[in-house]
Design a protein around this ligand. Structure first.
Ligand code: GAL
Ligand code: ZN
Length: 676
């Protein structure tokens, strides 16, 4: 795929992240342990092959124990121990969580929830993103850290704060309110323009003065959707501004690259990482299997493909993941033996050049004591440790993969703006959730064996054969034109229901749905007809569908499938429209997984999408290539062995492969391709 031009421009002037091969890393919190333990930590890190260690992430109360006092003695010792062992450092700025002395001295930095109540210290990240007081203290600390270690030769990377916005993204305090007003004034210029954008003639919400505007606090009825949407945009930019402030302090004192860990996951949606990524020297993501979902392994694949899309196709770092269970889900499922390795391979196959874990040694105390680690409570005589050591050895053999890029001929469009707008109050069906619809489309695509880039609606689509547009409720004119020219030039698209409905102000595109895409798709929808939860409709093809139906009429499209029963019997449910030299398909309902996969496979075949032999719902096959090198990754999540096409050298078994290779049940193969 083509990288965003924006990304390339920003990157040119910046340091790039370089590691000797694929990084194998972890968060290291030595402050939780007696210093006597540290030499053993470093010895075992070397045994496992760990070569990039994140330290000082939650170090604030250690290195700055009281106002004006800084003490780096312990950190100096840890820095020396790691440097002597040849383990590179990913240095935290220590600002992730303010120490008790600061919140006691300045309670005004505490975040305020949408009901006006304060969120107190005692957990973590108890600070308001807009607070000038917090920023003053935090930047003073960053200055100290960067002065001290800015030219340290063992600092490979800077780690700004930690998971910015994980808990504190949306703040409603007086500072945040004032900052929101300034942001709106900048965006709209006049109050009249803001009134227009938010549609405030409805329910007597017209503003007469900027000072009347609040953040979307808890209300009696539902809130103004324009206000809610803009608050999301503001909050994402506000935290990015905070990142920028820390990065500037570091930049003036160090030439090492700077990043922060993103949370491209299913349960956090507050930061628009497409807008953040251009400011990172390397994109880093934290990802944990979410066992609350029906298919956590596919969600991992989606998140990794999206992370690569955010990075503009460039290699990225998996900054945190777990060897086994986490501690923050209602049921913390341990990974099966081998699952950690398959998960790591999934990330590398999707462009990660580093695999790092939270955390090095499992804590004995504190909230995360039951979170897995590289070194578990049981110690080195454990399956987890043995698999960690094996993974370290495998990652060493994979060093040659570094810098290659993932090859994909299919894209899914994704947008945080659409996510925020879609999951709003008062929508036609609360069972239609943006991410669920994106996951459903992605799951079907992945199951066909296609390799998928997940990209912004404005991305250059010219390199793809197929572009899938799931439930893109909100779409700008430029993004709609982008998709139209892709199809006109010969591409194939599949757009799914509840797409193209509103513009960027959440204003309905009038004249029939799906507004922005009606002409491209050759259809016109008069009215939505969502199904009740649990109800099903049958299609003429025999497929079963849920959630959605609509009063759809064909203008230039042909009907491929139709509802047999449900709210709109006889009405088309799948349509296909020839447009320019391409084809635009539309799916007006949510089919069962197998039916969805069947439809997508048919469209993928029509579009000429590559579907490697052996790939399927349980078997992922991806390729990374570049500089004359090419690697096939095969990851088998099922019990049955599968045979794939490949010729070359297998970096997993360290044996040659000639024409075909068997991937054992629950196994992986990573083959350096060589001409037969
Ligand atoms: C992340 C965080 C880590 C640790 C981890 C546990 O949210 O950055 O500090 O809490 O989750 O899964
Ligand atoms: Zn605030």
């Amino acid at each position: 795929m083509q990288p965003h031009t924006e990304h390339t421009e920003h990157r040119a002037a910046r340091p790039t992240w370089r590691h000797d091969g694929i990084a194998f890393g972890c968060d290291y919190n030595p402050e939780q342990w007696d210093p006597e333990v540290w030499p053993e930590d470093v010895r075992l890190m070397r045994e496992a092959g760990v070569d990039l260690v994140a330290i000082n992430i939650f170090g604030w109360s250690q290195v700055n124990p009281r106002k004006g006092t800084f003490d780096f003695a312990a950190l100096d010792t840890v820095m020396d121990l790691l440097a002597d062992a040849g383990i590179r450092v990913n240095l935290g700025t220590a600002t992730a969580s303010p120490p008790p002395w600061l919140t006691t001295l300045h309670p005004e930095i505490l975040p305020v929830a949408d009901d006006g109540t304060t969120r107190y210290p005692g957990g973590r990240q108890a600070w308001c993103p807009s607070s000038p007081v917090f920023r003053r203290y935090a930047l003073a600390l960053v200055e100290q850290v960067a002065d001290r270690y800015g030219s340290h030769p063992n600092v490979e990377l800077w780690h700004v704060s930690n998971e910015l916005g994980c808990h504190n993204a949306l703040c409603h305090c007086v500072e945040s309110t004032a900052s929101f007003r300034r942001w709106l004034e900048q965006r709209y210029g006049t109050i009249a323009e803001l009134n227009r954008a938010w549609g405030t003639s409805f329910w007597s919400q017209r503003y007469d003065d900027w000072a009347e505007i609040l953040t979307p606090m808890r209300t009696l009825s539902t809130r103004n959707p324009g206000q809610v949407l803009d608050f999301h945009r503001f909050s994402s930019e506000e935290l990015l501004g905070y990142y920028r402030a820390e990065a500037e302090v570091i930049r003036a004192r160090s030439t090492a690259p700077i990043t922060t860990n993103f949370m491209v996951t299913a349960h956090i949606r507050n930061l628009d990482y497409f807008s953040w990524a251009p400011e990172m020297d390397v994109v880093a993501n934290d990802h944990y299997l979410d066992n609350r979902l029906a298919d956590p392994t596919t969600e991992l694949a989606f998140a990794a493909d999206l992370t690569r899309g955010i990075a503009g196709g460039a290699p990225w770092i998996l900054m945190e993941t777990s060897t086994s269970a986490v501690n923050w889900q209602p049921h913390n499922i341990a990974k099966a033996r081998g699952e950690m390795t398959r998960n790591a391979a999934q990330h590398i196959a999707r462009g990660a050049d580093g695999i790092c874990f939270f955390q090095w040694r499992a804590s004995a105390q504190g909230s995360e004591k039951f979170h897995s680690a590289l070194l578990p409570h049981a110690g080195t005589d454990s399956d987890v440790w043995r698999e960690v050591v094996e993974l370290g050895a495998l990652l060493d053999r994979l060093d040659e993969v570094t810098g290659t890029r993932v090859v994909a001929d299919t894209a899914v469009l994704f947008s945080w703006d659409a996510w925020w707008a879609t999951d709003a109050d008062n929508r036609p069906s609360h069972s239609v959730e943006y991410l669920e619809q994106v996951h459903a489309a992605y799951t079907a695509l992945r199951a066909t064996g296609a390799s998928v880039d997940v990209v912004h609606p404005d991305a250059d689509l010219s390199g793809y054969r197929l572009v899938v547009v799931p439930a893109l409720y909100s779409v700008t004119d430029s993004a709609a034109a982008n998709l139209e020219s892709f199809v006109a030039a010969g591409g194939t698209t599949l757009v799914t229901f509840y797409s193209g409905i509103v513009d960027e102000h959440d204003r309905v595109r009038l004249g029939g749905y799906p507004g922005a895409f009606a002409e491209l798709l050759g259809i016109r929808v008069e009215e939505f007809a969502p199904l009740r939860p649990g109800d099903e409709a049958r299609l003429a093809s025999g497929a079963t569908a849920k959630l959605w139906a609509e009063h759809l009429a064909l203008t230039t499209a042909e009907a491929i499938d139709a509802f047999v029963d449900g709210p709109v019997p006889g009405v088309p449910a799948v349509t296909r429209n020839e447009h320019g030299s391409g084809a635009a398909w539309y799916l007006a309902t949510a089919p069962d997984a197998a039916d969805y996969r069947g439809l997508v496979a048919r469209i993928a075949d029509e579009a000429g999408v590559g579907r490697p032999v052996g790939a399927g719902p349980e078997v992922e096959i991806l390729r990374r290539a570049g500089d004359g090198r090419s690697y096939v990754f095969a990851i088998n999540h099922g019990a049955e062995p599968v045979v794939i096409d490949a010729t070359g050298f297998d970096l997993v078994t360290t044996g040659s492969v000639d024409g075909d290779a068997t991937v054992p049940g629950y196994g992986i193969r990573i083959i350096r391709e060589e001409a037969a």
